[in-house]
Design a protein around this ligand. Structure first.
Ligand SMILES: Nc1ncnc2c1ncn2[C@@H]1O[C@H](COP(=O)(O)OP(=O)(O)OP(=O)(O)O)[C@@H](O)[C@H]1O
Length: 230
């Protein structure tokens, strides 16, 4: 098992944001993490990425308790812009290459060329959608076991969404696992192996996408919109 989450709880002051969450994810899977605003998706991904501490419970990646060590296995796409204002694309490439041993420089360059993103461009002058595509390209150029993509496709235009989805698929192997939190469900659900639905910090559904569609008779998107529980 690549990822094991056991009785995870997160509280901010008195507010319970994650309430006794347990699940595990195998290698090679694409998991759709769904939930309304405030359900706890970002909090969960940040804890798995090692950027936020649980109040109680445990997260194991490759059998190692989450922390500095496990950050080597994980690439995290946050839902905010990570680049400083002065940075050009070529600086971001250099930063990733200096910072991450697992970064494939040539792969990143090829992806950026494919996406028509100029290396001399200043990142903060780009549209939010282009910044998202750049972030995804850099992230997928890391060779890690687990990719956590928060709010994927939030800013990407409908035409580019398929391009991004195909980049994810091209990058996958049996060893790599992807957890995607998104609100653009209908366009990406075909790549989900498993679906987790969070509501008020609790898991209300965890199933294979295929089972979910078969049992409910509707798409994952429709199922989620109708309330997300069986
Ligand atoms: N640093 C923090 N301090 C206090 N409360 C927080 C903090 N971070 C998140 N929360 C609260 O935790 C809850 C879950 O937030 P989270 O961002 O994880 O939800 P989400 O499912 O990712 O939502 P969205 O789809 O809107 O991004 C929210 O009620 C939020 O206000």
């Amino acid at each position: 098992m690549l990822l094991e989450v056991k009785n995870l709880c997160k509280r901010y002051n008195k507010k319970i944001v994650l309430d006794d969450i347990s699940f595990s994810v195998d290698r090679g899977k694409i998991v759709g993490l769904l939930g309304e605003n405030g359900a706890g998706k970002t909090t969960l991904l940040k804890i798995i990425a090692g950027f936020s501490k649980p109040t109680s419970g445990q997260v194991l990646i490759n059998n190692t308790k989450v922390g500095v060590e496990t950050r080597r296995y994980v690439a995290f796409l946050p839902d905010t812009i990570i680049f400083p204002k002065w940075m050009k694309v070529k600086d971001a490439l250099k930063f990733f290459s200096d910072f991450f041993d697992d970064f494939d420089f040539q792969k990143a360059k090829d992806m950026l060329e494919f996406l028509n993103i100029n290396e001399n461009g200043k990142i903060h002058d780009f549209s939010r959608g282009t910044i998202e595509k750049l972030s995804i390209a850099l992230l997928l150029s890391r060779n890690v076991n687990l990719y956590l993509l928060d709010e994927l496709l939030a800013f990407v235009d409908p035409i580019s969404r398929d391009v991004v989805i195909n980049m994810i698929l091209d990058n996958l192997s049996e060893e790599k696992t992807v957890i995607v939190s998104t609100n653009i469900i209908s366009e990406i659900e075909h790549i989900f192996d498993e679906v987790i639905i969070l509501k008020d910090g609790k898991i209300v559904l965890i199933d294979s996408a295929e089972n979910l569609r078969e049992k409910s008779g509707v798409s994952v998107n429709q199922f989620f919109k109708e309330g997300g529980t069986k």
